[in-house]
Design a protein around this ligand. Structure first.
Ligand code: MG
Length: 158
């Protein structure tokens, strides 16, 4: 068994859509970033790469590369999953925490779980998504940005 962890933070950009876990939450009040700024999928990508022992998202998809401007972050997750598949690693479970003062994410939780499970070709029971605020503390609490964290456990089939 191997474990991987991923963390990502993006600042808000009111002019962009908010996309988390591959779900378009709103057409405005989104996140700034080179790609679609899906902090949830970025954290998941890094968790998968961590479990694979394969570095980090910036090595594969640098924000200086024009190819990834506005990119659908599903692409990053798929590449990390491919690297796990190459290593005969199967995902046992994936747990995600989203730290956001706003918007309320509970109504979107099931959709995000379904989206991530489909992206990784997993039963929904293997994916858990939690959302929390920071009770108005810090940059998250001031609604300056969103943080996503992901932990994944994989089993290597030898
Ligand atoms: Mg990111």
């Amino acid at each position: 068994m191997r474990i991987g962890q991923g963390v990502d933070v993006h600042p808000f950009d009111a002019s962009r859509p908010l996309i988390l876990g591959g779900i378009r939450i709103s057409d405005t009040n989104g996140l700034a970033g080179h790609s679609d700024a899906d902090a949830v999928l970025h954290a998941i990508t890094d968790a998968l790469l961590g479990a694979a022992g394969a570095g980090d998202i910036g090595q594969y998809f640098p924000s200086t590369d024009e190819r990834w401007r506005g990119a659908d972050s599903a692409l990053f997750v798929r590449e990390a999953k491919r690297l796990l598949d190459e290593r005969n690693a199967e995902i046992a479970n994936l747990d995600v925490t989203i730290l956001a003062q706003q918007p309320k994410l509970a109504p979107h939780r099931d959709a995000i779980v379904a989206s991530v499970a489909q992206l990784l070709d997993l039963p929904q029971g293997h994916v858990n998504v939690k959302a929390t605020t920071t009770d108005h503390l810090g940059f998250i609490g001031r609604a300056e940005g969103i943080c996503a964290m992901a932990v994944v456990l994989v089993e290597i089939d030898r």
